[in-house]
Design a protein around this ligand. Structure first.
Ligand code: GTP
Ligand code: MG
Length: 198
């Protein structure tokens, strides 16, 4: 898919106030600093469209971006960031869970996971929660530029074993990406395009 336009629409913390247009929507979620906002910039090839930072906790609201005038990409705050206060964490958690439970337009979520690390409990628990709430998602492994291909495959396999242990019947659909060198861009855009056209 060619990205002809990508524009910021709005930020808010209330799912009830998100854009009303009934067009397909895809949301990026994952730990703080995993690269959600960077991936939005990479996909749209617009540096600075979504705000990024080397310090975790940058994105703090639900951010809607309208792509090609006919679908939304949503940037969400990260989970698992230890340095925000407990009450902030609860607030984040609440509007993220409300977003996933209530957003009718959501076609699929993407759970972003930093490929460099061993399977993390918080990510496995989050995917479990998505499964229990029957929210469709794919996995996006990020920062693939940081590892050699062998290590990437090993880490994917480790996630697969953990998910099967957690009673998933199969490994969810997944992508390997890097916002630094555009790995995975074509595959991700094709995946979204195919769903939008189906
Ligand atoms: P929060 O908004 O805090 O939840 O973080 P986020 O998930 O949106 O992460 P963000 O996109 O702000 O990126 C965090 C850091 O990771 C930044 O320093 C990025 O430059 C870096 N980063 C993101 N993607 C990649 C990648 O593919 N490769 C490398 N090497 N660095 C990346
Ligand atoms: Mg962000």
């Amino acid at each position: 898919m060619e990205i002809k336009s990508a524009e910021f629409v709005m930020s808010n913390s209330d799912v009830g106030k998100c854009p009303k247009e009934p067009i397909p929507e895809y949301a990026f979620i994952g730990r703080s600093n995993v690269g959600k906002s960077s991936l939005i910039n990479m996909l749209t090839q617009r540096k600075g469209l979504a705000k990024t930072s080397g310090r975790p906790g940058k994105t703090q609201l639900i951010n809607h971006f309208k792509i090609n005038n006919n679908w939304f990409l949503v940037d969400l705050p990260g989970y698992g960031y230890a340095r925000v206060s407990k009450s902030m964490k609860n607030t984040f958690q609440k509007f993220i869970t409300q977003y996933f439970e209530k957003r009718q337009q959501l076609v699929s979520a993407f759970v972003l996971i930093d490929i460099r690390h061993e399977p993390q409990k918080i990510d496995l628990e989050f995917m479990q929660w998505m499964g229990e709430h029957q929210i469709p998602f794919s996995i996006i492994f990020t920062k693939a530029d940081k590892l050699k291909p062998g290590a990437i495959q090993r880490h994917v396999k480790e996630y697969e074993s953990k998910l099967l242990e957690d009673a998933w019947e199969e490994m969810p659909n997944y992508f390997i990406t890097s916002s630094s060198n555009f790995t995975g861009r074509d595959q991700l855009l094709k995946y979204i395009e195919d769903i939008n056209n189906s």
